[in-house]
Design a protein around this ligand. Structure first.
Ligand SMILES: Cc1cc2nc3c(=O)[nH]c(=O)nc-3n(C[C@H](O)[C@H](O)[C@H](O)COP(=O)(O)OP(=O)(O)OC[C@H]3O[C@@H](n4cnc5c(N)ncnc54)[C@H](O)[C@@H]3O)c2cc1C
Length: 308
């Protein structure tokens, strides 16, 4: 194997799971490459304040935490390749990872590609991304200071987005297809206290109105069938996440929702292939559970190499 392109471990994805795996594996003496298409930190980079990751008594912004995780792993020799993973061959030995920056070989692989935002799937949605349609209020909310926006969704993320935007924007419509939100009691109560949030329950988004930018959305009340057009500057779609597992679907066992089936030992159906973080089928997806998975996956990758 060419030493410049072959590693004991290649970690796919540079979020908290990926960089924790890299830290543990590099400290254990493995040669490690992390392949990440964007900046370090994964989904954490989309939030300005993380308050439930231990060790930061005043909270920490996600971008800085991602950078710290990358630096922490690289301090022990892990390398980062900024590239998009295009295809993988995981059943062979060595395993082959093809990227837009070349091909890399690995004795073991940890899949930590996380999860992305679910889209509504409406006509013109993709072309309006960045032109009024967004998926991350923490990232793009500031562009809508003093403006009229909507949040679509009813879970904790949608509630958090609506609250964040209510502090920045003039008016925030909260559109949910059911008659109650799935968000927790604390979030629901906070939403009720915000006097610039207008609730539109039992309603679905039917269409986007736009010229060059989004100008509004048409919503439909499920009970009455009535439609209404809201004039808006932006809409944030917050209806959940999808695992980034398209690359693996013919090789790794996946759940119905597309998450990788691996137990708490992070072992997948293929020898030498492990899965860590939000991409793994599990009940609770958080930074602490992602870093936990990363450490466990590195432990078993090291054990696999020792046994081999
Ligand atoms: C707005 C927001 C706020 C959040 N707030 C909190 C919070 O306060 N506390 C908390 O505990 N959790 C929070 N979370 C959840 C937390 O960020 C995730 O649980 C965590 O980031 C999962 O880590 P991960 O490493 O498994 O995956 P991710 O963070 O999703 O990282 C996966 C990485 O893989 C990369 N990748 C995927 N496919 C490819 C490819 N083909 N090629 C190259 N790279 C690829 C992605 O670019 C990404 O960087 C928040 C999430 C969001 C979106």
């Amino acid at each position: 194997m060419d030493r410049s392109t072959s590693y004991d471990l290649i970690v796919l994805g540079g979020g908290p799971a990926g960089y924790t795996a890299a830290l543990y594996a590099a400290r254990a003496g493995l040669s490690v490459l992390v392949i990440e298409q964007f900046s370090a930190g994964g989904q954490m980079t989309q939030t300005a304040m993380i308050e439930n990751y231990p060790g930061f008594d005043e909270g920490v912004d996600g971008y800085s935490l991602g950078e710290k995780m990358q630096k922490g792993a690289e301090r022990f020799g892990a390398k980062t390749l900024r590239a998009q993973i295009l295809s993988v061959q995981l059943a062979c030995d060595p395993k082959v990872i093809r990227t837009d920056e070349g091909e890399y070989l690995a004795k073991t692989v940890i899949v930590a590609t996380g999860a992305g935002h679910r889209h509504l799937g409406l006509l013109h949605e993709e072309e309006l991304v960045g032109k009024g349609v967004g998926y991350c209020a923490a990232c793009d909310g500031m562009f809508y200071r003093g403006k009229r926006v909507a949040v679509v969704g009813g879970g904790n993320s949608a509630a958090a987005d609506a609250l964040l935007l209510s502090r920045i924007c003039d008016t925030v419509y909260l559109i949910h297809r059911r008659d109650t939100l799935r968000a927790g009691k604390t979030e629901r109560e906070a939403l009720k206290k915000a006097d610039n949030i207008v609730w539109k329950l039992n309603s679905t988004v039917e269409a986007f109105q736009f010229e060059e930018q989004l100008t509004g959305i048409t919503i439909k009340n499920k009970d009455t069938g009535d439609t209404e057009t809201l004039s808006l500057d932006g809409v944030f779609i917050s209806i959940g996440r999808e695992p980034q597992t398209k690359l693996f679907q013919d090789q790794l066992a996946l759940s119905e929702e597309g998450y990788i089936l691996a137990g708490e030992d992070t072992k997948t159906n293929l020898p030498g292939v492990f899965s860590a973080g939000d991409v793994r089928e599990k009940p609770f997806r958080q930074i602490v559970t992602a870093v936990s998975d990363g450490a466990v996956a590195a432990y078993y990758a090291e054990q696999y190499l020792t046994e081999e």
